[in-house]
Structure formats: structure tokens, C-alpha cells
Ligand binder design. Structure first.
Ligand code: AMP
Ligand code: TRP
Length: 327
């Protein structure tokens, strides 16, 4: 059975972009594959995090996975920092990564732009991500579009290692949704929807209340026309809203166009808001229950043990191949 691995950084609350680009597929893939889903907390600290906030956000992401339907009977849910092999393989792979490769990463360029002090970890972040994936010989990595470049580097590192030290790692493939791989901001369709945007009107947080969701969708920017038509070049705002609608309802873009033909944006936006509420409200109720019960902490304890059991033999093999003296 194929192996799946993915993760989300607990660096803030999650948005509808995280849900559509990643979590929705986590739930789908666990029906057919061995899946490991982590809270990438070692990645989260590549930008400054308050210790109390990091703890809180890590718990929150775990509860959201569970509330969204990631099933700990089918998938392993764990904290990256709880499995030592990630940091260790991360270092080993950092030594095989070229500066030029890291300099080309657009996420690094975006996150470091205009900053005065940039942590070295932000730069070497992709080598750690490669370690997360290669440690479990993952075949498939469900992520949004923005992680494509990191996955390419992961494949290059796997190939480089295999060539130098002998066949060891599987070359992973991305599992990127056809529609919804890049959900855009509600106030500016040229930017990706992101939790780090200072304008809360630009994103739907997974924990936004139904009323806030309705308000944000009704205020979402659209062009001055009235045709509900999927055309990302000419109508990027409406096309983005249609992508959200399509992924949440499993309807095709053509069906949505037909459904709203001649009706204008008003009814479309209203129904879109209701579809989002229909998905998020039950998720939020489950989230509150799980958080209160402390169930997620048990899941994380068990998950760390299961992940470490898989990771350790791989790390041992890698170290042996690289020539570390075995005592
Ligand atoms: P991050 O929040 O950066 O840790 O991202 C976690 C996952 O959500 C990654 O797989 C991202 O590619 C995905 N993701 C984040 N923002 C978006 C977005 N606006 N649209 C689609 N996927 C996204
Ligand atoms: N870099 C990813 C992001 O920001 C999070 C992540 C860390 C990840 N390790 C991973 C995703 C391994 C997939 C596989 O979205």
C-alpha cells in the first residue's frame, strides 16, 4: 500500500485555503493509503513564535485535523518535534542541499522580503521538509500549489542521495487538487489566501463564525460584471469564488455556471456562504468537543510512537549508507 505524508505549520489559525488545498485531501487519501499527518512545528519556528502560542496552535491544528475527519484509526497524526529523526535527517539532507537551490525557493524569497534579520532556518526549511517526506518513503504528498517547488527539491535530494550512497529513498509525487490548489484572497485575487494577511476580510478562518463567514463572502471583491463564469484571466475574483464553491459541493465549474446563468453575483455569493457554513459549522462543533475532551493529546502521544517506529529504521539505514561509524 502506498505511503502518504503531509503537514501543516501551526503558525497561526488555519484558513479555508488550508482546508481545500490540503486537509480535504488528507481525509480522502486515508481511505486508500497509509497516511501520516503532522503538525510541522519545527517548520513553524523558522519565523518567531511565542512559546505559549506555539503550544496552543499545535493543539488547535491537531483538533482541526480530527474535526475535519482525519481518523486516527486510519491515519497517524503526530507532532514533528516529537519524532527526533526529523531534525536529524533534516541536518543530513541540509549538507546535500546547494545554496543555489535554496536561494531559488519562492517561499523563501516571499517570507524574507524586506526583513532585516532572517533566521538561517527559514533558508534551510526545504531540506527539513524533504526529511519529513523521505523519512517515511512517502509516495504521495497532498499539498497546495505553493509547495510544488519544495517537492521538486525533495525529489532532487532523494535522487542525489540515491546516486551517491545507493538506492534508499522513494521519489515522492505531489497530490495537488485540480481545482482549489491555490485559493486566493477575498480582497485581492492576485494573492493567495493566507493567515498571515493583516486584513481578516481577505480570508475565511476555519473557526470564523457563520455570521462572519456570510459577511466576508458578501464583501468579497468581484468585478463590475454580473456573469458567474469561470475565467481566471479575465474574472479572477469570481473564478476564485467558483473554485471554493466547486470543491466544497463537488460540483463541476460548468454546472455552477449553468446554475447561476442570468442570476448575477448576489444569489451566487449568498449560496456560496451557505455552502461554506454547511461545511465549517459542524466541523467547528466537533472541534470544540475534541478540544474540551483532551482526546487529541492521546492521539498525538500514540501517533508519535507509531511515527517514530517507522522513522528510526530509515534513519539508521541512511546513517549507515553515509558512513557514520556504527558502535
Ligand atoms: P501552511 O499553512 O503554509 O503550513 O500550509 C499548509 C497546507 O495548506 C499546504 O499544503 C499548503 O499548500 C496549503 N495551502 C495554504 N494556503 C493555501 C491556499 N490559499 N490555497 C490552497 N492551499 C493552500
Ligand atoms: N512546508 C509546508 C507548508 O508550509 C508544511 C510542511 C512541512 C509539509 N513538512 C511537510 C508539507 C512535509 C508536506 C510534507 O505548507
Amino acid at each position: 500500500m502506498k505511503q502518504v505524508l503531509s503537514g501543516i505549520q501551526p503558525s497561526g489559525f488555519l484558513t479555508l485555503g488550508n482546508y481545500i488545498g490540503a486537509i480535504k485531501n488528507y481525509v480522502l487519501l486515508q481511505e486508500s493509503y497509509h497516511c501520516l499527518y503532522m503538525m510541522a512545528d519545527l517548520h513553524a519556528i523558522t519565523v518567531p513564535q511565542e512559546p505559549a502560542a506555539l503550544r496552543e496552535q499545535s493543539e488547535s491544528v491537531a483538533c482541526l485535523y480530527l474535526a475535519a475527519g482525519v481518523d486516527p484509526e486510519k491515519s497517524t497524526i503526530f507532532l514533528q518535534s516529537a519524532v527526533h529523526a526529523h531534525a536529524e535527517l533534516g541536518w543530513l539532507l541540509t549538507t546535500l542541499t546547494y545554496m543555489g537551490e535554496l536561494e531559488r525557493m519562492t517561499q523563501f524569497k516571499d517570507k524574507s522580503a524586506g526583513k532585516e534579520s532572517i533566521g538561517a532556518g527559514l533558508f534551510t526549511y526545504p531540506s527539513l521538509m524533504a526529511a519529513d517526506i523521505l523519512l517515511y518513503n512517502a509516495d504521495l504528498v497532498p499539498v497546495g500549489e505553493d509547495q510544488k517547488q519544495h517537492l521538486e527539491l525533495t525529489r532532487d535530494l532523494a535522487h542525489r542521495f540515491n546516486t551517491r550512497f545507493g538506492e534508499t529513498f522513494t521519489l515522492p509525487e505531489g497530490f495537488i487538487p485540480q481545482v482549489g490548489a491555490r485559493i486566493m484572497s477575498l480582497d485581492d485575487a492576485s494573492k493567495k489566501m493566507s493567515k498571515s494577511n493583516p486584513n481578516p476580510g481577505s480570508y475565511i478562518a476555519l473557526l470564523d463564525s457563520p455570521d462572519v463567514i456570510r459577511k466576508k463572502i458578501s464583501r468579497a471583491v468581484t468585478d463590475s460584471g454580473r456573469e458567474v463564469k469561470y475565467d481566471p484571466a479575465a474574472k479572477p475574483e469570481v473564478s476564485n469564488l467558483m473554485s471554493i464553491y466547486a470543491t466544497l459541493t463537488n460540483k463541476s465549474l460548468a454546472d455552477i455556471e449553468a446554475q447561476y446563468e442570468g442570476l448575477g453575483y448576489g444569489p451566487f455569493k449568498k449560496e456560496l456562504a451557505e455552502q461554506i457554513v454547511a461545511v465549517l459549522e459542524p466541523l467547528q462543533n466537533r472541534y470544540v468537543e475534541i478540544k474540551k475532551s483532551g482526546y487529541h493529546l492521546d492521539v498525538l502521544r500514540k501517533g508519535a510512537g507509531q511515527a517514530a517506529e517507522k522513522a528510526e529504521p530509515m534513519l539508521t539505514l541512511v546513517k549507515e549508507r553515509m558512513g557514520f561509524l556504527k558502535l
